[in-house]
Design a protein around this ligand. Structure first.
Ligand SMILES: O=P(O)(O)OC[C@H]1O[C@H](O[C@H]2O[C@H](CO)[C@@H](O)[C@H](O)[C@H]2O)[C@H](O)[C@@H](O)[C@@H]1O
Ligand SMILES: O=c1ccn([C@@H]2O[C@H](COP(=O)(O)OP(=O)(O)O)[C@@H](O)[C@H]2O)c(=O)[nH]1
Length: 464
């Protein structure tokens, strides 16, 4: 059987806690199949010091982890710069926040080349290679130029915007050409796949063939949606951990006579947190019965703090939370319990189970695994309600959640109130459909589906 080689910027020990859906999902997927996981070590070597590009190898169960250190300059231009200040905002429809700063693009190319150079000697002829996310779009073309002929798939975890937005990215022609070094490109939703296809045909003058295949630059590549899932059983198992049980019991006792809502996100501007708090304030203002009762626990996990837009969103959110608590709080009740830290994964089930309503209201999100985790953790006899942004990738599969437009703050407040008041029969009905769907297409089905389609693709042809 071929070995699976996964490459992503963020690498995690599949047996340990991680914040960020990619590391969680790949850890789950690799723990089943075994294989090699290659990526950044998380270590930055200060300029001038030795050790840049050094490889670290360790075994985690049946997974061999190989990680690489980055120099300060490479990290700042490739990860903080081009990946998170250019591609991330642009792909999340936020050209206003995009910075195509000088040096970013060169750093991005340099690190992709470095990854290829370090990885190529570790590869076997019959390996199946699976590259992940926007940090590494050109990796396959770098590997191909080193002579790699293995099948290579790519999965984009973030949204893919409509053609006019993509066309605003300087160098987009080069990026699109890079996709053609893959045999299969996976996207989160049908909407993303549709945008991608239209861009390839309209801008890259690709020919659209049958079965989602496109031909351009002398190669054929297939593109289709594979909505990422969670490991429902593993996550449900976590609910039995002592940490989770303690969290659940404590919160249920504390909120026995109140209504608990939960939000769990990285503190990213794409997650729509300030608008969520404004909708919550509107709820308190418009529905007096929610005062002294509705409490929102908002976990905002620190992320990419050296980027200005992330520092700005933190200040905005913290001042808003303070303002709302100041206006509505009582001696024995605060409407918002805000935590700027990462919650251990083993405690999350308890939090999900104690909350009557989950607020997942990103302005744009590739998928959003929190939405699926919340559903997976509910008590089927008395489930909570998911309020979900129509702009999260998860909304394509989770129509039975209460879908909202997070830009429409009054309507979001009204929907939260509807969630708080939803009768048991309706909650059970909606939850049962959602749970069935996330079980059917869980992280294992996602992995099998992607790798199955990749196996069907023709032998890799040389890149011209
Ligand atoms: O690695 P970081 O810079 O700390 O960021 C964490 C991850 O954020 C993004 O996650 C995406 O993938 C999820 C799983 O497919 C998806 O549900 C979510 O909507 C996306 O935002 C990013 O794409 C990853 O590369 C990061 O590791
Ligand atoms: O404090 C936190 C915040 C998030 N997560 C996990 O990080 C992932 C976030 O993935 P999602 O797809 O929702 O968004 P992303 O952060 O990848 O954009 C989920 O599995 C969460 O359970 C966590 O363990 N602790």
């Amino acid at each position: 059987m071929s070995r699976l080689v996964v490459i992503s910027n963020r690498v995690g020990d599949p047996r340990k806690v991680a914040a960020g859906g990619l590391a969680v999902a790949l850890g789950d997927a690799l723990a089943t199949s075994g294989g090699l996981w290659f990526g950044w070590s998380g270590k930055i070597v200060e300029d001038g010091a030795t050790g840049e590009g050094e490889l670290h190898q360790q075994r985690a169960g049946n997974v061999e982890l190989v990680t690489i250190d980055l120099s300060r300059e490479d990290h700042d231009t490739y990860y903080t710069g081009y990946s998170n200040q250019a591609l991330w905002p642009a792909f999340h429809y936020r050209l206003d926040l995009a910075d195509f700063g000088s040096g970013f693009f060169a750093g991005y190319q340099r690190v992709n080349r470095l990854f290829a150079r370090k990885l190529a000697p570790l590869l076997r002829d019959d390996d199946v290679i699976w590259v992940h996310d926007y940090h590494l779009i050109p990796l396959a073309s770098e590997l191909r130029s080193l002579g790699c002929r293995q099948r290579i798939g790519f999965f984009l975890h973030i949204p893919l915007p409509p053609p006019p937005i993509l066309a605003a990215i300087p160098g987009h022609e080069w990026l699109m050409r890079s996709f053609f070094a893959y045999d299969l490109v996976g996207l989160q939703t049908n909407e993303d796949a549709d945008h991608f296809g239209r861009f390839l045909v309209g801008e890259a003058h690709a020919e659209r063939l049958a079965d989602g295949r496109f031909s351009a630059y002398g190669r054929t590549m297939r593109a289709q949606a594979f909505p990422i899932g969670i490991d429902v059983d593993e996550f449900q198992g976590l609910a039995e951990s002592p940490e989770s049980r303690e969290t659940e019991t404590t919160l249920k006792q504390q909120y026995a006579h109140r209504r608990l809502l939960v939000g769990i996100d990285r503190l990213d501007y794409s997650k729509g947190l300030p608008r969520r708090l404004r909708a919550f304030r509107e709820l308190l203002a418009n529905y007096p019965e929610t005062r002294n009762s509705a409490t929102l626990i908002q976990v905002a996990s620190p992320t990419r703090e050296s980027v200005d837009a992330y520092a700005d969103i933190r200040h905005e959110l913290e001042s808003l939370a303070g303002e709302i608590n100041g206006a509505y709080g009582e001696l024995d009740w605060m409407p918002i319990r805000y935590m700027h830290r990462t919650w251990a994964r083993k405690r999350l089930p308890g939090l999900y189970r104690a909350a009557k309503v989950a607020l997942v209201t990103p302005l744009r999100d590739g998928m959003n695994l929190v939405a699926k985790e919340y559903v997976a953790m509910q008590d089927e006899t008395d489930p909570g309600v998911l309020v979900l942004s129509r702009f999260a990738g998860a909304a394509e599969q989770m129509r039975e959640a209460l879908l909202v437009n997070p830009y429409d703050i009054p309507a979001t407040a009204q929907t939260i109130q509807r969630a708080l008041q939803m009768p048991l029969a309706e909650r059970r009905e909606r939850h049962a459909v959602l749970l069935k769907r996330i079980r059917e297409y869980d992280v294992h089905a996602w992995r099998k589906d992607f790798l199955g389609v990749l196996a069907e693709t023709a032998e890799a042809a040389p890149v011209t």
